[in-house]
Write a protein that binds this ligand. Sequence first.
Ligand code: ADP
Ligand code: ADP
Length: 233
Amino acid sequence: RPTVTFDNVSFGYDKDRQILHGLSFEAPAGAHIALVGPSGAGKSTIGRLLFRFYDPWEGRILIDGQDIREVTQESLRRAIGIVPQDSVLFNDTIGYNIEYGAPWGQGDPTPEAVRQAAADAAILPFIESLPNKFDTEVGERGLKLSGGEKQRVAIARTLLKDPPILLLDEATSALDSRTEQDILATLRNISCNRTTIAIAHRLSTIADADLINVMEAGRIVEQGSHNDLLRRD
Ligand code: ADP
Ligand code: ADP
């Protein structure tokens, strides 16, 4: 599992408006870290830089010590699985949507095939937390599913690719807290050694992170465990 390092990263979408100001943090191999802060702090921008939708003005982003500018786009995409808040599902079955993410993809989304792939990727508990109906139609943009079901499908699809780095960009923020806790508990059980970066604005999402980075206006203003941060307040 790789280490992800942001080293003194500065960036803005426009020349005259800087968004990130010399930002540094590390997600050690296999750790679950969180980036938390108010809307507009620059959290999602970090994800876009990690994916190289943009490059930093200054500073470096490293995966296991290698600058991501030296990595091919293809291996970068293989290395990072991202789950956004509002995932796009295909107007097809749950099975098809999950299986789309599988390395062998788009063949035969029978429940058995999906379950076998999940077992191979060691994510069976996550698949089993889904409504057990892989041939259910999800509808246009997944609208026939509840928000929680939709995100479960999206997360399962991403996990099936077994990305060494998982980026959750407010992936559970829109759900009620019971559903959020269910999903997070399942995720924690099955991806305990996957390098995970969770972007969130709600503290309950990230209470169990190994390290929390608190962001404000493009800077990290505090770092620590949940307990460290509570003690300092
Ligand atoms: P967060 O995820 O913490 O809410 P973002 O990273 O989405 O914050 O946004 C940080 C700042 O960057 C905001 O002020 C936002 O308006 C600005 N921003 C985000 N995306 C773009 C873009 N594509 N073009 C210009 N400004 C943007
Ligand atoms: P795939 O590997 O399934 O073909 P892509 O290569 O298009 O998917 O994208 C890789 C990952 O990046 C996918 O998990 C997708 O959800 C995510 N992604 C693509 N574009 C965006 C975007 N604009 N914002 C957030 N996530 C994105």
